[in-house]
Design a protein around this ligand. Structure first.
Ligand SMILES: [Zn+2]
Length: 50
């Protein structure tokens, strides 16, 4: 199974695809794994992977 690390930047008007290079933080919680991506535009996008 392939793990998809990509997501899109949340910032309005950006929409850049964020990949492993932008990954800033990984945190495992009871709800799943949280990943924080820092986009070059300065926005931080957090996703939860179950
Ligand atoms: Zn961005």
């Amino acid at each position: 199974m392939m793990e998809d690390l990509r997501c899109a930047c949340d910032a309005r008007g950006c929409g850049r695809t964020l990949g492993e290079d932008d990954l800033m933080l990984r945190m495992t919680t009871d709800a799943g794994e949280r990943r924080a991506y820092e986009c070059p535009c300065g926005a931080v996008t957090v996703t939860v992977v179950r």
